[in-house]
Design a protein around this ligand. Structure first.
Ligand code: HGY
Ligand code: MN
Ligand code: MN
Length: 413
């Protein structure tokens, strides 16, 4: 057991208090850059200061809290995650990693335990990418992997993300300076809920994450012929919504029946002009594929494009498939997996290897330092939904393993 121990009561109390920012009966609405996000960030910074950390915000809007170590020449060991949620989301996704990191530092301060390395707790901007898309924005800014499309991103109303970034004290004109130099960080450790059913079903309290999924995101633009719903014969229609529906079913069939890749999801659809008595002339569909193997995503890309060509020919519509986000999968090194397993054992907790079907800031950070992830069970595997729940004991278990992992990483050098 470590010289220090996290406080389950205090950790779960901060999770509950954080959950007030953006709460609604339909779930969490703390989308990036909203007033609820600003309030949640301010709350987290108040806790960071209470734990004795210095706090700053980088041009990417990332919060960087820091506790100095005994050897100022050593690179920092960082913990963290994100505070923004999806619409109607849960109150543990991202939040547990941030509150857990703060709780670890608070526990070290309370026990007067000083480490060799400086310690940082990070809050990454716009991890979910709901409103402006461009997910993992803050961690990609810190990893130096932003793309031109990130800098010019706009939402569906044409609002520039750069203008919203200023609301959280970021600065798109200087965002390239958010990049951390190689060697600046010794490791990045992220505690997160599993968001899937594996640990809940196995009853094992800790997941040692083996890798984080790749994710390709698309918009399909289907153009048919708008016409009168009452007078246009069925045989003469070029109904964009019928063609879009065929495409959506193929996205699902490719993953479930053909197993081209692990999962395929169509999550958004807009039909124009959007009147029930008009045969839809245009439909936009947002969909994504995920897999740990990038070759599977490449296969899915080729397959969906040939499927779209077949539907277009059959229905006499035009279908444009635009891939606008391509995120690489990230394996977790065996050394870091072993460190998480050792930390679990020091905490007296059983553990099992688990791949991550969700994306995480750790996959950005894996490009610039040694990254590791700790999972705790999601009850019934539910997430990105108001039903998302992890027990107070599970949250405390994860934070204690995070503390043990930090101590091991500090001694590892
Ligand atoms: O979508 C995801 O995988 C993550 O929760 N942002
Ligand atoms: Mn999420
Ligand atoms: Mn998350």
């Amino acid at each position: 057991m470590a010289e220090a121990a996290v406080s389950s009561r205090r950790l779960n109390q901060t999770l509950e208090e954080l959950g007030r920012f953006g709460y609604s009966p339909d779930g969490m609405q703390r989308l990036a850059f909203t007033p609820a996000d600003v309030a949640g960030r301010d709350y987290a910074m108040s806790l960071m200061r209470r734990a004795g950390m210095g706090v700053r915000i980088d041009p990417g809007g990332n919060i960087i809290a820091r506790r100095e170590g005994s050897d100022p020449n050593l690179p920092a060991i960082a913990m963290g995650s994100h505070l923004d949620t999806v619409p109607n989301g849960g109150k543990y996704d991202g939040s547990l990693g941030v509150m857990g990191g703060i709780e670890v530092v608070q526990a070290l301060s309370d026990a007067n335990v000083s480490l060799r390395h400086p310690v940082e707790v990070l809050v990454f901007t716009n991890e979910e990418g709901t409103r402006f898309h461009r997910w993992l924005f803050g961690s990609r800014a810190m990893a130096g992997t932003l793309e031109p499309g990130d800098l010019t991103a706009v939402d569906d109303e044409g609002v520039l993300m750069s203008s919203r970034l200023a609301d959280i004290q970021g600065n798109m004109d200087r965002v390239q300076r958010a990049g951390r130099q190689p060697g600046e960080l010794a490791a990045y450790l992220e505690l997160h809920i599993e968001q899937g059913p594996t640990l809940h079903q196995s009853g094992v309290p800790i997941g040692v994450v083996t890798g984080i999924t790749g994710r390709w995101v698309y918009e399909a633009d289907i153009v048919g012929v708008p016409n009168h719903a009452g007078t246009t014969p069925m045989s003469g229609r070029h109904d964009a919504l019928v063609s879009a529906s065929r495409l959506v079913l193929e996205v699902q069939r490719m993953a479930s029946e053909l197993e081209v890749c692990r999962v395929g999801t169509a999550g958004t659809i807009q039909a124009y002009p959007g009147a029930v008595n008009v045969v839809p002339g245009q439909v936009k569909v947002g969909f994504e594929f995920r897999d740990l193997e990038m070759a599977c995503l490449a296969a899915a890309d080729a397959e969906i494009r040939s499927v779209a060509a077949r539907i277009a020919a059959r229905d006499g519509v035009a279908i444009d498939i635009n891939r606008f986000e391509s995120t690489q999968s990230a394996p977790i090194s065996s050394g870091m997996q072993e460190l998480v397993a050792a930390a679990s054992e020091r905490a007296g907790l059983a553990h099992q290897r688990v791949p991550s079907g969700a994306g995480h800031d750790a996959q950005s950070m894996a490009g610039i330092t040694d990254a590791a992830m700790i999972f705790v069970p999601s009850v019934d595997g539910v997430s990105h939904s108001p039903g998302e729940y992890s027990t107070p004991e599970a949250c405390a278990n994860g934070a204690q393993v995070l503390l043990e992992l930090l101590l091991l990483a500090d001694r590892r050098g």
